[in-house]
Design a protein around this ligand. Structure first.
Ligand SMILES: [Fe+2]
Length: 198
């Protein structure tokens, strides 16, 4: 599954694809009139159904529907089919991501933060059995400013002018989080993954 976020409509041509895709989802709290969906299901290797929910934060982002307004409804929809539910909260603010993880504790398998590109040191399993991390990190070149050639990012910030960004190349890493759970959907472990590939 691939989840999206604030760059979903950067290339509008994706709209018909999102409308059809069962593997690429956009935040569930975008307009209901927009193409695509924010909940989809995938089969694990052992045959278990896994629900994946994509949400976007409201703080410092242009988000149409507040995530706390609809998160429980989307989780209820997922739970009708499976107790194994992974939530991607694509958001800026640590407070918002921690609060969502607490709100959904015991109702989903994991709440994984994304968007800031910097892996946080708070991978945990909460008391109710929901794994959580504020940000899973970035798979990409870490010799950069969140993936972009540092000189370009610095020049744009220094001048305020539109500078064309290019992807950096050095210190490529795979980052993420590895979560184990039982058939009841309760997480038993949550560990960060950090692998250098170049
Ligand atoms: Fe983002």
């Amino acid at each position: 599954m691939i989840t999206l976020g604030n760059h979903t409509w950067r290339r509008g041509e994706i709209a018909p694809y999102l409308q059809e895709s069962e593997r690429v989802i956009r935040p569930a709290n975008f307009s209901a009139h927009a193409p695509g969906r924010g909940l989809a299901f995938v089969s694990a290797p052992d045959g278990a159904d896994v629900a994946v929910i994509n949400l976007q934060g409201a703080l410092f982002l242009d988000t149409q529907i507040h995530p706390f307004e609809i998160a429980e409804q989307v989780v209820d929809d997922a739970r009708r089919r499976t107790p194994v539910i992974v939530v991607d909260i694509h958001a800026e603010a640590t407070s918002e991501k921690v609060a969502l993880a607490r709100m959904l504790d015991g109702n989903v398998t994991a709440v994984i933060g994304t968007h800031t590109h910097v892996q946080t040191n708070d991978a945990r399993v909460q008391p109710g059995g929901t794994a959580a991390i504020t940000d899973a990190g970035m798979t990409g070149p870490h010799d950069s400013v969140i993936g972009v050639q540092a000189g370009h990012a610095i020049r744009r910030m220094r001048t305020g002018m539109p500078i064309r960004f290019e992807v950096a190349e050095g210190d490529v890493r795979i980052e993420g989080v590895l979560i184990e759970c039982g058939t009841d959907g309760r997480a038993t472990s949550c560990e960060t993954v950090r692998v250098s590939v170049a």
